[in-house]
Design a protein around this ligand. Structure first.
Ligand code: BGC
Length: 759
């Protein structure tokens, strides 16, 4: 007979309290043994990616790695350049936009477990990721590293990733906290926004990472807020992160994000990295001693400017992170480039691919057909380049190779169509590909069109890439439409062959002026090592697509609130004489988030605009129906039935949106109504002014797998938090009594089940 071990809640909490106290005992005992110099050494880097421990006391070093899609190649001690190791290849997992597009918490857990094992195997203490900055503008060059535009989706999806990485004894470093929503002027942008936008849109995913994911570290971002760099920001790091949220882990700076000693000492920076990029060539004896939290801090303590309280707090936090990783890693050795990791990358990739449209059921492509593949992204490695997320992979299945493997090499031919980026090197890591091409742009189109006329199907694989101003760190995109004349190539192919499938690779929406001339459009993201397999799985129908958009696909850039209002990229601050105003020695770009809480679908819904594809959209090779909505009187329990009405197995995402009905207590009718309430509230400071609110907001989702004809009941639980807005006047969340709509369906604009409730 099997023995079943049970553990009471009481015993469990006693165990946890013991573990907690063992941790705190170790931390304070180590702290009490450390000299002042040893403490100072622990709070800044000793190399590009490491900080020292204390050898004398057996306290290990901290080794960080990027993040967030795979374990970065080793670099030289003091430089970004590759160290040219031969055993530091990794598996590239799909970009985080793809993970988010799965809308599946299990995929997030699988991702976290897999990348955590790779980080553990490589002996890393901290994985620099995941990222949850909100997609405020589709021009943000780094959107691919984040989880989309919605605070609820990002917040839910980030938690399992964190938990599973940390199970491997590797701390996650959730980044970039916060308001790093554009790469253009990323070091000098001063974000100006209401508290309501801060708390409702930009903080929730980080808050969940802290309170539910229990991340052991967090990365301060490059930009400014309230005229202070966020790596030493009194309000964001001090008041909110460590105060309101009770974060007890380590705040790590983004590389080079610290700018002054005094603020770094007082405003929440715990561990400084990257302040100089060439540590050996600059400096008195060792450039790392010149870090803001190195000699300048030591000397200030010795001079009596500061006591040791702030220092002890910082060291305590670093020690806590070390203890947590040290304990958890005892249970695991990790693994690298395992079959399981490739399988995970392939599965997550296929599940995140979004079928944007499929007119006439052009997809899936049947076996035995002649398939012409066109486009540079079918043959270009995408794992190298794009900034700190660049990887050195053991292998990368290119889309063209994946399709040849699946449909048979004899059935698949290729045409380039256009030339985009022929580069293939990042910090000395080389793809080894030679993508140079001598044909003219016209000739490339003519050759592709001629071949398209003889094919049964044309699969176009294009979009963005990792070059500057595409999907890349440190740059924003300069245009919303596709680069490299791709629109002309696609138009020409659409005219030549009616079975055209356009696969777009990007971490952002792009303009698609040809969308109604192309039957099938697939959003394929940066898919990593298994890109070709994941794509072939979906195009062949081996996997029924079930990805849904984590952001709104604007028809044009002016459908995005930030751009409609000209609230990007801000204005350079100058004084009365027209001279640049400087903070920490550099210019400042004031960027006012004028669209306020109306980011993504919240904006297009408010303006009743029709995006090309709405937030949450994604099609399937089967069909689903939603029925039997039941909502309890107080709105706490919502359930419905989801049925697969087609003839293929598939998965649908049931999405639940809550809307506060204007003028019925839960939301103001209009601006006039708000002004009237504000006038009355002026006499009564306790009165709450109910503002205008978004038409709808995502408050629940569930991915449901169904066989043909099968039905399942989906149940959601809602709490007060799901009906609340942030009342900045009283610094509080408020769920006003009044009328709300509860809507369930397959996207933010496909909501067949709607019910009003009063609560
Ligand atoms: C990036 C971070 C990255 C760090 C280390 C910075 O430039 O913004 O995301 O983790 O470099 O490579």
């Amino acid at each position: 007979m099997k023995k079943i071990l049970t553990i009471s809640a009481f015993a469990l909490s006693a165990l946890m309290a013991n573990a907690q106290s063992a941790q705190e005992q170790w931390v304070s005992s180590m702290l009490s043994k450390m000299t002042l110099e040893e403490k100072i050494a622990m709070i800044h880097a000793q190399s590009k990616f490491s900080s020292p421990g204390v050898k004398r006391l057996g306290i290990p070093e901290v080794w960080c790695t990027d993040g967030p899609h795979g374990i970065r190649a080793e670099v030289l001690w003091d430089e970004w350049e590759t160290a040219n190791w031969t055993n530091d290849h990794c598996v590239a997992f799909p970009a985080l936009t793809c993970l988010s597009a799965t809308w599946n918490l299990d995929m997030s857990a699988l991702y976290g477990k897999s990348i955590g094992e790779e980080a553990r195997y490589r002996n890393k203490t901290v994985l620099l990721g995941p990222g949850v900055n909100i997609a405020r503008t589709p021009l943000n060059g780094r959107s691919f590293e984040y989880m989309g535009e919605d605070p609820y989706l990002s917040g839910e999806m980030v938690v399992p990733y964190i938990q599973k990485v940390q199970d491997q004894g590797v701390a996650t470093c959730v980044k970039h906290f916060c308001l790093n929503n554009n790469e253009l002027h990323r070091h000098t942008t001063n974000a100006i926004l209401s508290d309501r936008a801060l708390y409702e849109i930009y903080l929730p995913a980080f808050e969940k990472a802290v309170k539910q994911g229990h991340t052991w570290s967090i990365m301060g971002s490059y930009n400014l807020y309230q005229d202070q760099h966020v790596c030493h920001n009194e309000r964001l790091l001090g008041t909110i992160l460590k105060g309101e949220w009770g974060f007890d882990g380590t705040v790590i700076s983004d590389w080079g994000g610290v700018h002054n000693t005094d603020q770094a000492v007082r405003y929440g920076m715990d561990l400084e990295f990257g302040s100089w990029t060439n540590g050996l060539a600059t400096g008195k004896k060792n450039a790392y001693d010149m870090y803001f939290l190195a000699d300048p801090y030591l000397e200030a303590i010795q001079a009596g400017t500061y006591g040791e309280a702030e220092l002890n707090d910082k060291v305590t936090r670093v020690l806590r992170m070390i203890y947590r990783t040290k304990e958890a890693r005892k249970a695991t050795d990790g693994s690298m480039c395992s079959e399981a990791h490739y399988a995970a990358a392939r599965q997550i990739g296929a599940e995140g691919i979004v079928l944007l449209q499929n007119k006439g059921n052009v997809l899936p492509i049947p076996a035995g057909k002649k398939v012409l593949v066109v486009g540079e992204n079918a043959i270009k490695m995408m794992t190298v380049g794009g900034g700190s997320s660049s990887l050195k992979v053991e292998h990368e299945i290119l889309p063209l190779d994946g399709l040849k493997e699946r449909f048979g090499a004899a059935n698949v031919s290729y045409q380039r169509g256009y030339v985009g980026d022929v580069g293939g090197e990042y910090n000395g890591v080389k793809t080894g590909q030679d993508l140079h091409e001598s044909r003219s742009a016209e000739q490339l189109i003519a050759d592709a069109v001629a071949a398209a006329k003889n094919a049964d199907y044309v699969v176009y694989i294009g979009g963005l890439n990792k070059a500057d101003h595409q999907d890349a760190e440190d740059f924003d995109r300069e245009q919303y439409d596709l680069p490299y004349n791709q629109n002309a190539v696609i138009e020409a192919l659409a005219a030549a062959n009616s079975n055209l499938v356009v696969c777009n690779l990007s971490g952002n929406p792009v303009e698609m002026p040809w969308a109604d001339k192309v039957p099938a459009i697939v959003q394929m993201w940066m898919l990593g090592s298994e890109a070709g397999h994941s794509l072939a799985d979906v195009l062949s129908g081996d996997v029924n697509p079930s990805g849904h958009l984590p952001f709104t696909w604007f028809a044009s850039l002016d459908q995005c609130g930030a751009h409609a209002l000209g609230a990007y990229p801000g204005t350079k601050r100058v004084d009365a004489e027209g001279n640049d105003v400087k903070i920490d020695g550099a210019e400042v770009w004031d960027l006012s988030y004028d669209e306020d809480i109306y980011v993504g679908y919240r904006w297009v819904d408010k303006k009743s605009q029709t995006p090309l594809y709405p937030f949450g959209h994604g099609e399937s090779y089967t069909t689903f129906s939603f029925s039997d909505l039941t909502v309890s009187a107080d709105g706490a329990t919502v359930s419905c039935t989801l049925t697969n009405t087609g003839d293929r197995a598939g998965a649908e995402v049931a999405q639940l949106y809550v809307g506060a009905v204007p003028g019925k207590g839960a939301a103001a009718k209009n601006a006039k109504d708000v002004a009237k309430q504000a006038k009355a509230a002026a006499k009564n400071p306790a009165a709450v002014v109910v503002p205008e609110r978004p038409v709808r907001e995502l408050k629940g989702f569930r991915k449901v797998y169904l066989q043909p004809g099968e039905s399942k009941t989906v149940t959601f639980t809602l709490t007060d938090a799901d009906f609340s807005f942030f009342d900045a006047d009283h610094h509080n969340w408020v769920a006003p009594s009044g009328e709300y709509t509860i809507a369930v369906g397959a996207s933010s604009r496909d909501l067949p089940l709607v019910q009003s409730i009063k609560r």
